[in-house]
Design a protein around this ligand. Structure first.
Ligand SMILES: Nc1ncnc2c1ncn2[C@@H]1O[C@H](COP(=O)(O)OP(=O)(O)OP(=O)(O)O)[C@@H](O)[C@H]1O
Ligand SMILES: [Mg+2]
Length: 239
């Protein structure tokens, strides 16, 4: 088994004026390739912030994030974007679709960035998998919240990520659509070995993952399903 994500003593502070708000502190965990993990905790506890740091969307104040052997906190913005495009899928809590592009074009973006062929056909196939083939030419404002969420899911799948981060992936969906999305996520894990990291308030969904990390007030308060804790040496050889 290989380590896909290693979080060491992570801290995140937001500074506004002379106020410092520490949102996360002392976060440590390691995921192996192919793991499924949920991050749960109350609203405002730092889940979205943590997911963004793990995926290299944002930079920690201190500590380190090693994704697929690459230490993200040493990289420039551009280099992190490259790592994301190569390995990471991300489903945002607020979708973050590009408003001037149709559903189909939104899904095509990561494929085009990778220089893939048959981009349009691949994107259509992905939209069909989330049940939105017929809405491919709609713009985000013409789609419901749940539909936007499914476009976001198709886009996250499109670069065949090694690791997929999903922030409340079923949060805006009715039960039936939520079940479909859940199945897509776990199929991706089973069939392609994609590591799944989900943030969810749905405890039934969380219990379907091997690992549940609970955070409260910016700290990990429990971590169930983790393998025996391995203490990393201070000078572990991070590249
Ligand atoms: N850019 C920012 N500047 C200042 N404070 C921020 C910023 N982003 C988040 N915060 C604060 O950090 C804390 C954690 O926010 P975060 O979005 O990570 O919570 P969450 O656990 O995802 O909550 P929810 O379940 O409501 O989505 C909150 O108190 C929030 O107000
Ligand atoms: Mg959140």
């Amino acid at each position: 088994m290989s380590t896909i994500l290693e979080i060491n003593n992570l801290k995140k502070t937001y500074d506004s004026g002379d106020r410092h708000l520490t949102v996360l502190e002392g976060i440590n965990f390691t995921l192996q390739a192919g793991d499924t993990c949920s991050i749960v905790g109350p609203s405002g506890s730092g889940k979205t912030t943590l997911l963004g740091l793990c995926a290299g969307l944002d930079r920690a104040s201190s500590g380190s994030v090693v994704l697929n052997g690459v230490r993200l906190d040493n990289l420039s913005e551009d280099a992190r974007a490259q790592v994301r495009n190569q390995y990471v899928g991300f489903i945002f809590q607020n979708f973050q679709l590009i408003p001037t592009l149709t559903a189909l074009e939104n899904v095509m973006v990561p494929l085009e960035l990778r220089g893939e062929r048959n981009v349009q056909r691949q994107a259509m196939d992905l939209l069909a998998r989330v049940g939105l083939a017929e809405r491919h030419d709609h713009y985000p404002t013409q789609l419901s919240g749940g539909e936007q969420q499914r476009v976001s899911l198709a886009r996250a799948f499109s670069n065949r990520p090694t690791i997929l981060f999903a922030d409340e992936p079923t949060g805006n969906l009715d039960e039936e659509t939520g079940d479909k999305v859940e199945k897509l996520l776990f199929d991706l894990n089973r069939e392609a070995g994609t590591t799944l990291v989900l943030v969810t308030h749905d405890l039934e969904l969380a219990e379907k993952t091997q690992r549940i990390i609970r955070i409260k007030g910016g700290h990990v308060v429990s971590d169930t399903g983790a393998p025996e804790t391995v203490h990393q040496s201070e000078d572990s050889n991070l590249s």
